[in-house]
Design a protein around this ligand. Structure first.
Ligand SMILES: [Zn+2]
Length: 375
């Protein structure tokens, strides 16, 4: 391998680290904002509970005033009843007194109701206060962690940037520009050659190109994706070992409710992992960058089964093993965790190996029979 190519390979790793750290640094303030949002929700809950207590107190005062007013009315009627001349007038006053007494009972009932409610109200306020206290402590802790993490990331970034500058100094200007341009469009600028194929785009190289890469005497570009090519003799040794050296690949089920696919080219995104799922009569599609694990574009939802909803995405794609719940997918958010990304890439590697050794032909037969059995 040319020293320049070796530097480029290291540079690609360093660039990946820098990108990951930059993403993380950009993500942290969003996380803090999300927790603060939750905190303001709890504050609003507490205020609501406190307002309800105040409203109850005001209502109780109103009922008490009503009762006092009614009582003075009654004593006024009683005074009047001493002076009445006719039986009719007396009856009318008696009726008024009865009516006022009923109203007093009504107001008293309402006060009683409020007193019973007051216990529940008080509990609500206390619960909201306790929750707010806990959440405030959590937020402070999370903020502190985010601050520490950012500081750590920034420190690492400075180190990685230093390494990057060193590596770049060891690479020619033209080659560097080519690498950066391809990286920008395809997510990676350098690709390994294995089984006569460019592992970046999966296209088989012309024999002359292949020999040039193997000899390692000059810089060679992939005709189809323009990535800078390199050959690792260590990998060739692995390839030549019996297949038993590799773990046997588990084959995904044809009728699974979730399917992962690899596509070497996807719109502007370059190489991607697609996650198609069936959920309650709807199919969804998520697209992730295979290097950074970042979610590209929006999650697409269509009616029906994913095989009918996204046929163009499935055609020509490599099916991979992977099954996570909807909740887990939601938790991944905008970026697949490293361990998920690694597992998909490892399976892709196995699938490629299987394809190159021809054992995938058997798999197709197996899949077809599964499909028949399922239908
Ligand atoms: Zn290529």
């Amino acid at each position: 391998m040319l020293p320049e190519t070796e530097n480029l390979l290291k540079l690609q790793d360093v660039d990946k680290q820098i990108r990951r750290l930059q993403d993380e640094v950009a993500e942290l303030p969003k996380r803090v904002a999300a927790i603060e949002q939750k905190l303001s929700g709890t504050k609003a809950q507490l205020e609501k509970a406190q307002t309800a207590v105040k409203a109850d107190e005001a209502a109780r005062r109103k009922y008490e005033t009503n009762i006092n007013d009614l009582r003075s009315k009654i004593s006024k009627y009683r005074d009047q009843s001493l002076d009445v001349k006719t039986n009719e007038q007396y009856k009318a006053l008696l009726h008024e007194i009865q009516f006022a007494e009923q109203e007093i009972t009504g107001n008293e009932d309402k006060i009683l109701e409020l007193m019973v409610n007051a216990d529940a109200r008080e509990k609500q306020v206390k619960a909201a206060q306790a929750e707010l206290k806990q959440e405030t402590a959590d937020v402070d802790k999370e903020k502190e962690q985010a601050r520490e993490r950012t500081a750590e990331d920034e420190k690492l970034l400075t180190e990685w940037r230093g390494k990057r500058d060193q590596l770049r100094a060891g690479i020619g200007e033209d080659l560097l520009r080519h690498y950066e341009r391809v990286s920008k469009f395809r997510g990676s600028g350098i690709a390994e050659v294995r089984d006569h194929k460019c592992m970046g785009c999966q296209v088989i190289l012309r024999p002359q190109t292949y020999n040039d890469v193997r000899s390692g005497k000059e810089t060679v570009y992939c005709d189809s994706c323009q990535r800078i090519l390199y050959f690792d003799p260590k990998e060739e040794l692995v390839e030549q070992k019996p297949t038993a050296q590799r773990p046997k690949r588990h084959h995904p089920k044809i009728d699974a409710s979730q399917a992962w696919y690899y596509r070497p080219e996807f719109a502007e995104g370059g190489e991607v992992f697609l996650c198609l799922t069936n959920n309650r009569g709807q199919a969804s599609r998520r697209v992730y960058d295979i290097y950074t694990g970042r979610l590209l574009g929006d999650i697409l939802i269509r009616e029906g089964d994913y095989r009918q909803a996204f046929p163009a995405d499935i055609t020509g794609s490599t099916r991979l093993n992977g099954l996570w719940t909807e909740e887990e997918l939601d938790d991944f958010g905008d970026e697949l965790p490293m361990v998920i990304l690694d597992s998909l890439n490892a399976d892709l590697d196995l699938a490629r190996h299987e394809a190159s050794t021809g054992s995938h032909a058997k798999q197709h037969v197996a899949e077809a029979s599964t499909e028949q059995a399922a239908s």
